[in-house]
Design a protein around this ligand. Structure first.
Ligand SMILES: *Cc1c(COP(=O)(O)O)cnc(C)c1O
Length: 844
């Protein structure tokens, strides 16, 4: 009784409730155990007899979550109180993977969690693996966004991620008879303990209707009327910075029917139509489009883009208005970053809201919009460039089309004053393409409407300026810049490779975790044979663990002392999994001809999903399986070559694979891979790269040194120069090894029961000009592979090279990338939440 009174008397301000609660949640092992039981019992209503692994995972996840919400609330309070400038990172994809292991590491709670679980007779590592990946992305672009969130939180930058809460992430991949089968990824089936729904944060998003003028005091304003509204509801996920100083927010939008809202301009039909409307509305955020680097042009996708852009921009304006009263300060308080052109509608939506809802005039709205937005280009591939048909725009987003036309006409007038006689330039630069069909060029909208356009590796940014966006960089040279990608060392080294991480900690402490350049200190041990041996031993242990996994999952025996040569990434012709296949077949064919050939035993590991409609990519998956089916069981090979395709490549699988690789295969046609980030994860874990001079491979080579990487093939310039005269068939005719390898495929040696299946692949190589230049690079690739073999034979030297790769990949931390964005593009400062946190309002 007395206690209750005391509590009532010192009832804190609502804003201090987080302090009060946080004080009651201890960080010790006992507290974790208690919390675990509390959630198992009170939240999940289970006991030790009825609890499943899933329950135990959920109970632990909630116990961990309890330990970060205080900090989460405080961080948001501090950002609000200090009225700081926020980075709003808009991305249609966030390929997060699993949250628990990462959160526990960033909260510095891993040892305690392990101990708490041990006391309960549970295994922390096993429990952690119960979590399903949040696979709200396809590949590199989505994973980059996830690494960026980790780095923003760790660097204490006030960032918020905005995206879509897809009910179904990227499909699950199964293999049947060598063919990819896709199944829906129902990742929310067991609920998601990391997200917090916020029905109070719901916004109306309109579609269709028409733009109508209204004149006030002689000035024309526009109303968007007769629309079909949908509601977007926020789900928030905490993003814990390493050391848990700041906990940022990832806000994902889920579509809901608007029926509980009343609209004068939306006349509802019959009951059944209304329910159909509801189903339609909720379909909007059902599924992630499974394409990587390919534009599909589906109307639902455009709807998804506008939906998440509109919710996010409305939320941004709402927040700005609660903290500020002067529109002029908008660019000092907000930066909206567009991850690729998928959110490029943010330019038109911000213009619309500033003019139509906030009554600013065009010039003011334009000034604010341009100065508060930036765009990252992710690809030069023509098939990836988004061009939405004007007819589709007109129907779905009539007011936005009107705004885009106005942006365009003002822009074209500006270009025309600078280049009055250059009509072709005007046509090239227009936001509207005329041929073959009228369409809005989203990249042009993003560049013209924003302050900064960046590429994601030095070569990519250069090719962007000199090629695809040449006209724009002539006009706005100051807008173009490079930000070479990076990956978070918390997930990709500390979490993925615990053995290597503890060895590094023993040698150089743990400053590298947030300052990856400190890995350079390891160079001092390059001459230390005992240390190099330790690196080798760890690699072997990681390889043995992957070998066990492969045995369990696929029942294939692979030798941990063979060279693990790994190519894992989306399956795409430009990434050239086919080139690796051709090499393997040629190696096999040479071994068959001369079984006494002294080769280093190799395990060739592949993994990756093909977009479900991408027939050629799916056929390459089939080819890999057919090659594996022959080679793995050929007694003449006697296990010297193994080929393995690990299905359902995803973040949690990448974490198992990267630490176990000896060789990282990064062999895209030069000029086609914007950056790559898989290449960085491998190098950081001590794999040596065999690769082309493409994307970030070039910068990896500069960092690790020419002696510690295997480079081959044409350069981007050589690819372009040789295209007109390139004759793949001549190479086939003149190079005996290459011809024999292709003939094996062509003559159905790998497809006896399905004759002719690989005809499209062979035809692409020999008849249709081999657009990706596989044969142009194959001989050079084979020579580079010989260099790999020679290097691997000297184990001590190999381990030294691996060590130098680890030591010299500090530049590829996403912390470095994000620090550059913050300094050059976003102009935002770190916020020290511990220093600014509200003092608890407790009476003595
Ligand atoms: C890093 C990563 C990628 C990107 O790999 P690239 O080799 O750069 O294409 C794709 N998928 C997953 C799951 C990843 O972790």
């Amino acid at each position: 009784m007395a206690k209750a009174e005391a509590t009532a008397k010192s009832a804190p301000d609502p804003k201090d409730s987080a302090v009060l609660v946080a004080d009651q949640i201890g960080m010790d092992v006992d507290d974790l155990v208690k919390s675990f039981y509390f959630h198992l019992t009170c939240t999940l209503a289970k006991d030790e007899y009825s609890a499943t692994d899933q329950d135990r995972y959920q109970a632990l996840a909630l116990a961990v979550r309890d330990r970060l919400v205080g900090r989460w609330i405080h961080t948001q309070q501090a950002y609000h109180r200090e009225k700081v400038k926020r980075i709003c990172y808009l991305s249609l994809e966030f390929l997060i993977g699993r949250a628990m292991g990462n959160n526990v590491i960033n909260l510095l709670l891993e040892d305690k969690c392990r101990e708490a679980m041990r006391r309960l007779g549970l295994d922390w590592d096993q429990l952690r693996d119960v979590e399903v990946d949040a696979a709200l992305g396809n590949g590199g672009l989505g994973r980059l966004a996830a690494c960026f969130l980790d780095s923003m939180a760790t660097l204490r930058l006030p960032g918020i991620g905005y995206g879509i809460r897809y009910d179904y992430g990227v499909f699950k991949q199964y293999i049947e008879n060598g063919y990819q089968i896709e199944e829906p990824d129902n990742w929310l089936r067991f609920g998601n303990p990391w997200e917090v729904p916020h029905p109070e944060l719901s916004f109306i998003v309109n579609f269709e209707g028409r733009a109508e003028p209204r004149t006030v005091n002689g000035v024309t304003h526009w109303n968007w009327v007769g629309t079909r509204p949908i509601v977007g509801m926020a789900f928030d996920t905490p993003i814990v910075g390493y050391g848990a100083y700041n906990v940022n927010n990832l806000r994902l939008w889920s579509a809901r029917a608007a029926d509980e809202f009343h609209f004068t301009d939306f006349s509802r039909g019959s009951y059944v139509e209304a329910v159909e409307d509801k189903v339609m509305a909720e379909n909007l955020t059902k599924v992630l489009y499974p394409n990587d680097s390919v534009y599909a042009g589906r109307e639902l996708r455009l709807r998804q883009q506008y939906f998440f852009v509109s919710c996010s921009v409305q939320d941004i304006i709402r927040r700005f208005k609660t903290d500020n009263d002067n529109w002029l300060s908008f660019p000092d308080k907000v930066f909206i970053h567009m991850n690729d052109t998928h959110p490029a509608l943010a330019v038109a939506e911000l213009m619309r809201l500033l003019m139509d809802k906030e009554d600013l005039d065009w010039d003011m709205a334009w000034e604010l919009t341009q100065n508060s937005t930036g765009y990252t280009n992710h690809t030069l591939l023509p098939e990836a460039l988004e061009k939405w048909p004007v007819s589709m725009f007109e129907r779905l987003l009539p007011r936005h089309l009107q705004i885009i036309y106005e942006i365009n006409s003002r822009f074209i007038r500006k270009v025309a004053t600078r280049y009055p006689t250059d009509l072709d330039r005007l046509r090239r630069m227009s936001l509207i393409q005329e041929e073959p069909e009228k369409a809005v060029r989203m990249a042009h909208l993003a560049v013209v409407g924003s302050r900064s356009t960046n590429g994601v590796a030095a070569i990519h940014s250069r090719l962007l300026r000199e090629g695809l966006m040449r006209d724009f960089s002539d006009l706005y040279p100051e807008r173009f810049n490079n930000k070479t990608n990076g990956v978070t060392p918390r997930r990709w080294l500390l979490k993925a490779n615990p053995k290597l991480s503890s060895l590094i900690r023993e040698k150089i402490g743990d400053g590298w975790i947030t300052d990856l350049d400190q890995l350079r200190k390891l160079e001092a041990f390059a001459g230390d044979a005992a240390f190099c041996k330790q690196i080798h031993t760890i690699k072997q242990a990681n390889k043995a663990a992957l070998a066990d996994f492969i045995k369990n999952e696929l029942d294939i025996d692979v030798a941990p002392d063979s060279v693990f040569q790994v190519q894992v990434k989306r399956i795409h012709e430009y990434k050239r999994q086919l080139l690796q296949c051709l090499y393997i077949v040629s190696l096999y064919e040479r071994l068959k001809r001369d079984p006494s050939l002294d080769v280093v035993p190799h395990t060739f590991i592949f993994g990756g999903k093909a977009a479900p409609a991408y027939q050629m990519a799916k056929l390459i998956i089939k080819l890999i399986h057919q090659i594996a089916g022959v080679i793995n069981y050929d007694p003449a090979i006697n296990g010297r070559i193994k080929v393995v395709f690990i299905p359902d490549y995803r973040v949690s699988l990448a974490e198992k694979i990267m630490p176990a690789a000896d060789v990282s295969v990064q062999i895209s046609t030069a000029g086609m891979e914007a950056s790559g980030t898989g290449n960085m994860k491998f190098a950081m874990n001590g794999a040596l790269t065999i690769g082309t001079l493409d994307g970030a491979n070039i910068e990896i080579k500069e960092e690790v040194g020419d002696d510690n990487i295997f480079i081959f093939g044409l350069t981007a310039e050589e690819v372009e120069q040789s295209r007109p005269s390139y004759n793949a068939y001549r190479i086939y005719e003149q190079d005996d090894d290459i011809r024999r390898a292709i003939d094996l495929i062509r003559n159905d040696f790998f497809s006896l029961t399905e004759p002719g299946v690989f005809r499209p692949i062979v035809a692409n190589l020999l008849e249709h000009g081999d657009y990706y230049m596989n044969l142009a690079d194959l001989r050079s690739f084979m020579t580079a592979q010989e260099r790999v073999d020679r290097a691997y034979r000297d184990q001590q030297s190999w381990s030294r090279m691996a060590l130098l790769n680890i030591a010299r990949t500090g530049r590829f931390s996403s912390d470095r990338t994000i620090a550059e964005y913050a300094r050059d593009i976003w102009k935002v400062q770190a916020v020290d939440v511990t220093a600014t946190a509200a003092k608890p309002n407790r009476k003595a």
